[in-house]
Design a protein around this ligand. Structure first.
Ligand code: SAM
Length: 170
């Protein structure tokens, strides 16, 4: 598993913390996030099969071994990036039969509320989010030789909250 922009691990990786036979490569450019991920993973079996890379994925992707991941995951990451990564570089990392999973926020919501605000030590800080158009993701992935294997929206209110796309090698 290649968990790009893995954050604290409390949304995705946590579900696999007790796996004993899984290799988990985590990449995040934020040292504080990686430190929190390490703390959360500490003492769990997945830690034995994990590699933590603290670097910008745009640099890290080229240094990872080609065709060696069953799953490459971008969960709520494209909306945290000013520009999307090179989908050709993502494709290169997938094993035959592997999947690229992209999940992100409804771009309408991000466009209306670009600032994701949180309180830190008594002050409000904000992450400026980028709207991620699922059709644009599909277009870029297709140009890189990936095709949609599955797609769904998440959230049952009148407006969907987020979307999920699964790509496989074309
Ligand atoms: C909203 S968090 C999502 C974390 C996790 N994937 C999840 O689903 O909970 C976005 C993460 O992407 C990381 N990130 C953003 N741009 C990045 C980049 N260019 N390279 C590596 N990590 C990046 C951020 O540091 C942050 O931890």
């Amino acid at each position: 598993m290649l968990d790009l922009g893995g954050g604290t691990g409390k949304v995705i990786a946590i579900h696999f913390f007790n796996e004993t036979a899984m290799n988990w490569t985590y990449v995040d450019h934020c040292p504080a996030m990686a430190a929190e991920f390490r703390r959360n993973l500490h003492g769990h079996p997945l830690g034995r099969g994990s590699q933590i890379v603290v670097d910008d994925m745009n640099r890290a992707l080229g240094q990872l071994e080609a065709h060696s991941y069953d799953v490459v995951m971008l969960s709520l990451v494209l909306s945290s990036m000013p520009e999307p990564p090179d989908f050709g570089a993502l494709r290169r990392l997938l094993r035959p039969g592997g999947s690229l999973i992209v999940t992100d926020i409804n771009p309408g919501y991000t466009r209306d509320k670009p600032l994701h605000k949180v309180w830190v030590d008594g002050a409000v800080v904000a992450l400026r989010t980028t709207p991620v158009d699922p059709f644009e993701v599909i277009r870029q992935a297709s140009m890189a030789g990936l095709r949609v294997a599955e797609q769904k929206t998440i959230g049952d209110a009148s407006i969907y909250y987020s979307f999920l796309l699964v790509f496989t090698l074309d």
